[in-house]
Design a protein around this ligand. Structure first.
Ligand code: HEC
Ligand code: HEC
Length: 215
């Protein structure tokens, strides 16, 4: 899987490092570093970054950039992920994520007019047409779920088939899995976290959970 390469490199590097250190001296090692998570922010790009910038690599890649980068530089960086590496993000995502990164990791201020404009593109959009009955595959596609999940094999996250199998005899399955999608989490399937999808409506959450648990 091509898109997994940076993540794999990182994990293998850490393992190698651990092995080497273990044989050298009994040092205590603290894992994981806090740079592995995105810094919280009230800007809407924070959620988008959690959801769409950890598909291929961890947030370390962002934390290790030089400090003080401008809005234009961070927006260009997000744009590079879209154009060069094929990150599944829209132009609007690029603007919103760029604004979040520039304020949180760079030189921009949340009160800057450019940051405000980039973070609130909704005003410029035509009113949303109320969707008919939400189609689960479209919901999975539109929310980048399929960048990290497949129905029948593990990608970054577990196969939906395996999720369904794990909860098949659990009477709390619907509640638990809905909560996992809404709030994210980690440790149930491995060390890589599942980002929160707090913006999904109750109806969409239910459509997704029902679909996944019936795989
Ligand atoms: C489709 C996979 C993919 C996604 C999604 C992705 N990246 Fe990357 N990113 C890469 C690759 C590949 C590299 C280069 C890795 C390397 O050099 O080891 C990279 C490198 C980086 C770097 C290091 C500097 C550089 O330009 O090489 C930063 C910062 C970065 N990404 C930020 C982001 C941000 C912000 C997002 C979300 C908008 C994102 N990435 C989403 C694949 C991705
Ligand atoms: C950036 C990658 C990524 C994205 C995007 C993503 N997931 Fe996940 N997902 C994961 C990972 C990693 C796990 C395993 C977390 C753990 O070990 O607890 C997971 C776990 C899950 C689980 C199992 C939860 C449980 O309680 O056992 C479900 C269901 C799920 N994801 C659904 C979704 C849905 C629906 C979407 C889109 C709205 C989505 N995921 C988007 C990475 C992702």
């Amino acid at each position: 899987m091509k898109s997994m390469k940076p993540m794999m490199t990182l994990l293998c590097a850490a393992q190698f490092c651990l092995a080497t250190m273990a044989s050298a001296a009994p040092l205590s090692i603290t894992l994981p570093p806090e740079t592995a998570a995105f810094k919280p922010s009230a800007l809407p790009g924070y959620q988008l970054a959690q959801q769409k910038c950890s598909i291929c690599h961890s947030a370390d890649y962002i934390a290790f950039q030089p400090p003080g980068l401008s809005l234009a530089q961070w927006t260009a960086e997000a744009g590079k992920m879209q154009h060069v590496y094929g990150a599944p993000i829209s132009d609007q995502d690029v603007s919103m994520i760029g604004a979040y990164l520039a304020v949180t990791y760079g030189s921009a201020k949340a009160s800057d007019a450019e940051v405000q404009a980039a973070s609130n593109p909704v005003a410029a959009q035509p009113p949303a047409v109320p969707a008919a009955k939400a189609d689960p595959m479209a919901l999975l596609q539109n929310n980048a779920c399929l960048s990290c999940h497949a129905i029948d094999h593990k990608v970054v996250g577990p196969a939906y088939h395996d999720v369904a199998a794990r909860y098949v005899n659990d009477p709390q399955a619907l509640t638990k899995v809905t909560s996992s999608i809404q709030h994210g989490g980690s440790g149930k399937w491995g060390d890589i976290p599942m980002p929160p999808f707090a913006q999904l409506s109750a109806e969409d959450l239910q459509t997704l959970t029902t679909f996944i648990l019936s795989r």
